[in-house]
Design a protein around this ligand. Structure first.
Ligand code: ZN
Length: 133
């Protein structure tokens, strides 16, 4: 069994902090010691962990990725107009795994869990699996 978080994104490129929602699911699961896997259900949106204290870290990351993989790159052949989005997700990754300790996902002081949108705005889903042991 797994849980689903539903999100609505507002921009083509966007980082949404889902740390609170993940912590809530871990608490509700009752798992004190285990693993929490957080997966994007999409090919143009991923999951990452980064600093959640200064919001410019996320805007710098999306800005950097936009410069690294511009949307209008001429050699893309995929005809949906979102090859940059697919490429960015492969760079970011589709999921993260977290250690659950003392009933909470183990995160460093400045770490937060982010849903990384690269082809919004869209309705999105994040799958969460929490395993004891
Ligand atoms: Zn596509």
């Amino acid at each position: 069994m797994y849980q689903t978080i539903k999100l609505k994104t507002d921009n083509r490129n966007e980082m949404i902090d889902i740390t609170g929602q993940i912590k809530k699911l871990v608490t509700e699961s009752g798992v004190k010691d285990g693993i929490c896997v957080v997966c994007s259900a999409h090919t143009t949106a991923g999951i990452t962990i980064n600093e959640n204290a200064d919001p410019t870290v996320c805007s710098d990351l999306t800005c950097f990725l936009e410069k690294l993989v511009p949307a209008d790159t001429e050699y893309f052949e995929h005809d949906e107009g979102n090859s940059d989005s697919h490429s960015k997700v492969s760079l970011i990754g589709p999921s993260v795994s977290l250690i659950v300790d003392d009933g909470q996902p183990l995160l460093g002081t400045w770490q937060g869990i982010y849903f990384a949108e690269f082809d919004g705005p869209r309705d999105r889903k994040v799958w969460v699996k929490i395993i004891s042991g």
